[in-house]
Design a protein around this ligand. Structure first.
Ligand code: MRU
Length: 351
C-alpha cells in the first residue's frame, strides 16, 4: 500500500495542501500562510472530502491562534470565535468542519480554565490540531479493518465520488479505506469508480488514488452504474459520507442516492464508511442536513469548454441524502452499525 497520500500537513511555515483541483495531471503543493488562506483553500476545494475539511479547519484554527498578537486570553478567545466563523462559512454540508471548529474551541476553553497563558494556549491548540489529524488517520485504519471484513474475496466494489486518502487525513480513506482493508487482508478486489459529475472526483481523484496503490480500477460514467449492476459486475457498493443524521440517513456526493436505489433493486449491499466525526446526532433525519448548491458553471462547462446553451437554467446540488432503509450498514471506527441506526449509532458514541 502507498502510505504517502496525506493531502494536508501542518508545517512551521503554515498549512501545506496538495492542490486537488489540479490532480491527476499535476501534483502541486500550496503553502497556506494564514487562516483566511486556509478558509479559501477549503471553499475553493484545494482540499475537499469531509474528514480532510475537518483536519484543515483544525489547522486553520491553530494557525490563526498562532498568529494572534497580544497577551490577553480573553482577546484570543474573541479572535478564535471570529476565526471559527470564517472557517465555518466555507462549506455547509460536511459536518466534520463544524465538529473540528467546536473541538478546537473546547480545547481553548479547557486551557483557559486551567489558567494557561496565551503562548501556552497557542501551543496547546497546535498540538490538538495535530492530534485531530492523527486520530482521523487512526479512525480510517479501523474503518479499513472493520469494513474490509465485510467485503468478500474476488469482489468488485463500486464507489462514488472520492472517499479516499485524499478526502481524509490521509493514508487509508473511508470508502477506499474499506477497499484497502480488504486488499490488505489478502482479498482480490477490483473497483468500479463512478466519474461523479460535475466535479469529477471519481475520474480525477479515485482513479488516480487507486492506481497509486495498484488496485485495479475501471472508470465509468455515472449513468453506466445501473448497467454494470444489471450485468452482475458489482458485488458491493461502498461510499463515504459528508454528514450522517441520527437516524442513519446519509448525505453524500450528488448521485449517491441514485446508486443506492440501484443497489437495492439489484440486491447489492450498500455500505457507508465514515468516522463518528461525520455523524451528527443533532440532526434527527436527513431532512435537516443543509445541502450545498454550487456554481452552475460546474455543470455548464468542463474547464473552459462550454457544454450548455448560454443562459440555460441549471441546478447544481453538491450532495443528496440516501434514506436509511437503503443503507445495509454504516462502518465507523467503532465497528459496524446496522438498523435501527438511531440506537446503533448512539451506542457507538457511548462505547
Ligand atoms: O464536494 P466534495 O468533494 O468535498 O465531496 C466529498 C464527498 O462527497 C465524499 O464522498 C465524502 O466527503 C466522503 S469523504 C471521506
Amino acid at each position: 500500500m502507498n502510505l504517502n497520500i496525506i493531502p494536508v500537513k501542518w508545517t512551521e511555515e503554515g498549512v501545506a495542501m496538495l492542490d486537488q483541483r489540479l490532480l491527476p495531471t499535476e501534483e502541486t503543493w500550496l503553502m497556506l500562510k494564514s487562516y483566511t488562506e486556509v478558509a479559501a483553500g477549503i471553499k475553493d476545494m484545494v482540499v475537499r472530502g469531509a474528514p480532510a475539511i475537518g483536519v484543515s479547519a483544525a489547522y486553520g484554527m491553530a494557525l490563526g491562534a498562532k498568529q494572534f498578537v497580544g497577551t490577553n486570553v480573553d482577546d484570543l478567545e474573541e479572535e478564535l470565535e471570529y476565526i471559527g466563523d470564517v472557517l465555518a462559512a466555507t462549506r455547509p454540508t460536511a459536518v466534520n468542519l463544524f465538529w473540528a471548529i467546536d473541538r478546537m474551541k473546547q480545547t481553548f476553553k479547557t486551557a483557559k480554565a486551567a489558567g494557561k497563558s496565551v503562548s501556552e494556549i497557542k501551543q496547546i491548540l497546535v498540538d490538538d490540531s495535530k492530534a485531530i489529524h492523527d486520530e482521523d488517520i487512526e479512525s480510517q485504519r479501523l474503518i479499513a479493518k472493520f469494513g474490509g471484513e465485510l467485503i468478500e474475496d474476488n469482489s468488485t466494489v463500486l464507489t462514488h465520488c472520492n472517499a479516499g486518502a485524499l478526502a481524509t487525513g490521509g493514508v487509508w480513506g473511508t470508502a477506499l479505506g474499506v477497499i484497502r482493508g480488504a486488499v490488505d487482508a489478502g482479498k482480490h478486489i477490483s473497483v468500479i469508480a463512478d466519474e461523479t459529475r460535475p466535479y469529477l472526483q471519481g475520474a480525477r481523484l479515485t482513479a488516480w488514488e487507486l492506481m497509486q496503490d495498484d488496485i485495479p480500477v475501471t472508470l465509468i460514467t455515472d449513468n453506466m452504474s445501473g448497467h454494470v449492476m444489471k450485468k452482475g459486475r458489482v458485488q458491493a457498493v461502498v461510499v463515504g459520507s459528508d454528514r450522517i443524521a441520527a437516524n442513519g440517513d446519509v448525505a453524500n456526493k450528488i448521485g449517491t442516492y441514485m446508486v443506492a436505489v440501484l443497489a437495492h433493486r439489484h440486491g447489492i449491499p450498500f455500505y457507508v464508511a465514515a468516522p463518528l466525526s461525520t455523524v451528527d446526532l443533532n440532526c434527527p433525519t436527513g431532512e435537516e442536513i443543509p445541502i450545498e448548491e454550487r456554481d452552475i458553471r460546474e455543470v455548464t462547462h468542463v474547464k473552459n469548454i462550454q457544454l450548455a446553451p448560454d443562459d440555460a437554467t441549471v441546478s447544481n446540488y453538491g450532495f443528496d441524502v440516501t434514506p436509511n432503509d437503503l443503507v445495509t450498514a454504516i462502518i465507523t471506527e467503532k465497528g459496524v452499525a446496522r438498523a435501527p441506526y438511531t440506537e446503533s449509532l448512539k451506542k457507538q458514541f457511548e462505547q
